[in-house]
Design a protein around this ligand. Structure first.
Ligand code: IPM
Ligand code: MG
Length: 355
């Protein structure tokens, strides 16, 4: 019997509700697969700040480092927006990413056939989309020094070292090898030195991957191509800020941001989270879509724990729930047989995985 220690960070807003459903599903899947999850809960974000004065208490960092994987809900909310930058919930997450060296952020976008009509894009444009945004997560504009907010001006620095670009590029090529063998590197090399450096470095790394086709695109064009013809993409490799923006854009291809999971890896322990935020406006109402978080738990099983069969089972259960017309409110206009609460969707998926 394998035992896995999972650090749980519920966070703010809808975080606790969606994480509870993911745990329900993990427990259900563990029954069939001879493994056991030991959950340890840690604070991060706004609630963590309210309780401890720090959005990322040391105990959370230590607990995460000692875990086999981290499952995370969401953080943030208007309530904390006026705090100094280092006290804001977001800075907790950014520091955790840096502490754990989670430099590679996998944001897969796939379209559920059952929800083809849920996207604002035409069904024929999105049918069959299966792409992966590979976002560099611990460098670039987010972390570059120096940075300063003065009275009359302010600046941030977009900086990438060779090592940083090489390691994320390798991740992208390795991922592409297991997919359609295409990497599109996205930059702004027509304007920015840092982007030209990024591009030159990616070209160098590509020499070790002759079976993968490498193309380049400027980020403005990539933003346009993503809605014009998203099927052209397999792996999109890009830096921190461009990846942040493009992955939100790409999520809309699937119809709801409530459907997409993500994995942040690179260091010893991986972190798995839905790509959506904490949605304080709907928190506590039982209407949040837990599917992105449940799919993140599945990514955790696959990426961090190597429990592929259990992950397959969860993915199949999500498909089946959508197939059978169970929908949370965000996607209720599209093929709903029954509109369900957050906990109902979680329970149905848990039921399917345990059969
Ligand atoms: C994301 C989020 C974060 C980011 C915020 C919450 C700091 O938007 O994970 O995409 O910008 O990286
Ligand atoms: Mg974002």
């Amino acid at each position: 019997m394998s035992k896995y220690k999972i650090a749980i960070i519920k966070g703010d807003g809808i975080g606790p509700e969606i994480i509870d459903e993911a745990i329900k599903v993990l427990d259900a899947v563990s029954i069939g697969y001879e493994h056991e999850f030991i959950y340890e809960e840690y604070l991060m974000g706004g609630d963590a700040y309210d309780m401890t004065g720090d959005p990322l208490p040391q105990e959370t960092i230590d607990g995460c480092k000692a875990a086999d994987a981290i499952l995370f809900g969401a953080i943030g909310g208007e309530k904390w927006d006026s705090l100094p930058r280092d006290k804001r919930p977001e800075s907790g997450l950014l520091r955790l990413r840096a502490e754990l060296e989670l430099y590679a952020n996998f944001r897969p976008v796939k379209v559920y056939k059952q929800l083809l009509d849920a996207s604002t894009l035409k069904p024929e444009v999105i049918d069959g989309v299966d792409l992966l945004v590979m976002r560099e997560l611990t460098g670039g504009l987010y972390f570059g020094e120096p940075r300063e907010k003065g009275k009359d001006s302010a600046f941030n620095t977009m900086i990438y070292s060779k090592d940083e670009v090489v390691r994320i590029a390798k991740m992208a090529f390795e991922a592409a090898k297991k997919r359609d063998k295409k990497v599109c590197s996205v930059d702004k090399a027509n304007v920015l030195e840092v982007s030209q450096f990024w591009r030159d470095t990616v070209i160098e790394v590509a020499k070790d991957y002759p079976d993968v086709v490498l193309t380049h695109m400027y980020v403005d064009n990539a933003a346009m191509q993503l809605v014009r013809d998203p099927k052209q993409f397999d792996v999109i490799l890009t830096g921190n800020i461009f990846g942040d923006i493009l992955s939100d854009e790409a999520s809309m291809i699937s119809g709801s941001i409530g459907l997409l999971p993500s994995a942040s890896v690179g260091g010893k322990v991986g972190l798995f989270e839905p790509i959506h935020g904490s949605a304080p406006d709907i928190a506590g109402q039982g209407i949040a879509n837990p599917i992105a978080t449940i799919a993140s738990a599945s990514m955790m099983l696959r990426f961090a724990l190597g429990e592929n069969k259990a992950a397959d089972k969860i993915d199949a259960a999500i498909d089946r729930v959508l197939e059978e017309g169970y929908r949370t409110k965000d996607i209720s206009s599209f093929g709903a047989k029954e509109v369900c609460s957050t906990t109902e969707i979680g329970s149905i998926i848990a039921d399917y995985v345990s059969k």
